[in-house]
Design a protein around this ligand. Structure first.
Ligand code: TYM
Length: 344
């Protein structure tokens, strides 16, 4: 007897980025570049792509309303300038989709406290003796709702977000176990060389370590930051292992394969100064983002266009999240509200 094959599931890329300041090289090479590569029509395209500015998450750290508004606007401008194409991917602001916070509550009811206690953002703050609020503590649940609300299959992120995606999978698994096949389980997507971009001091690049280099850094500031990248004090002629050196790792992000190999050879041979590498990095980085920077200036002059992009993205995102919320609500016995829509 012929068996009916189930239709293949769509691949749907989804990711969020916090508007807590201007984007840095870690955000770009760890996440944003993947967003662009996964847009329908791009070389590693997913069937659909959803990207959002995580303003609700940013509220756990940015408590100045005009500053937050400015960061959200900058984030939208930066993402479009860097190549996110609103005709091929949805771009929206997290808080424009209230269905997600309602879904977060459903997930909260299946979240063990111990799971959240092990999550690093909360644990780090606690170890440093800093006060943590319930927003930070339950942050991974909201993030799980962000992902599950859209039936996302692939989540492009840097290494620091992998734990949160595991939490998301755990919660989805528990919910599905209790209530049936409600949620789609997502997978993280990391890129080699970009999953943990080092900062100017060699630790992970992060605003909290004040070791970032911004994507749209002014030329003078860019030069200053690159010149301050820490290096060891080994003599010029001593051969060095490129893989262990964060200056090399930063250079490698911008260089093509041939330049990267040539620089690695130079490291292994020795006889060069770190100053030379910094000059090369300065030139490559300036060139790399120049086109996007020019595009950003044009977009910034047309704020209504960005508002229209965000509104259109939010309308489409709400339709999807509403359908998933209705599915999840019915499954757990909440029978009021709009009826579920079938299909994923
Ligand atoms: P956020 O805003 O801290 O960072 C945005 C993205 O940038 C990546 N990233 C890095 N990648 C490589 N090297 C680095 N040094 C580096 N620094 C940052 C992050 O891994 C991330 O992919 N919780 C998320 C935002 C979020 C989200 C979501 C992400 C909210 N909901 C749902 C995916 C799906 C965050 O704080 O990212």
């Amino acid at each position: 007897m012929p068996t009916e094959a189930s239709p293949p599931r769509l691949t749907r890329a989804l990711s969020g980025i916090q508007p807590t300041g201007r984007f840095h090289w870690g955000n770009y090479f760890g996440a944003i570049r993947q967003y662009i590569d996964l847009q329908p029509g791009a070389h590693q395209a997913a069937d659909e792509a959803y990207y959002f500015i995580a303003d609700l998450h940013a509220l756990t750290t940015v408590r100045d309303p005009p500053v937050l508004r400015g960061f959200v606007r900058d984030a939208a401008l930066d993402l479009v300038a860097l190549g996110l194409d609103p005709d091929r991917a949805l771009l929206f602001v997290q808080s424009d989709v209230p269905e997600v916070t309602q879904l977060a509550w459903l997930l909260m009811t299946v979240t063990p406290m111990g799971l959240l206690e092990r999550c690093h953002a909360y644990k780090d703050k606690k170890t440093r003796g800093l006060p943590a609020d319930a927003g930070l503590f339950t942050y991974p649940v909201l993030m799980a709702a962000d992902i599950l609300a859209y039936d996302a299959t692939v989540v492009p992120v840097g290494e620091d977000q992998v734990q949160h995606i595991e939490v998301c999978r755990d919660l989805a698994g528990t919910f599905n176990h209790l209530y049936g096949d409600v949620f789609t389980l997502p997978c993280p997507r990391l890129v080699e060389g970009g999953a943990k971009v080092p900062g100017t001091d060699g630790q992970k690049m992060s605003k909290s370590y004040q070791n970032t280099i911004e994507v749209f850094e002014e030329p003078a500031a860019l030069k200053k930051k690159i010149m301050r990248i820490t290096t060891d004090s080994r003599p010029v002629d001593e051969p060095k292992e490129p893989a262990d050196d964060h200056l090399f790792q930063l250079f490698a992000l911008f260089a093509d394969a041939a330049d990267r190999e040539a620089m690695a050879d130079l490291y292994r041979r020795g006889g060069f100064g770190y100053g030379e590498v910094k000059q090369r990095l300065l030139a490559e980085a300036g060139r790399f983002f120049a086109e996007a920077q020019a595009r950003r200036a044009g977009l910034a002059a047309d704020p209504e266009r960005i508002e229209a992009i965000l509104a259109a993205g939010a309308a489409r995102a709400r339709a999807k999240a509403g359908a998933v919320l209705a599915r999840a609500s019915r499954a757990c016995g909440l029978d009021h509200g709009p009826p579920p829509v079938t299909g994923r």
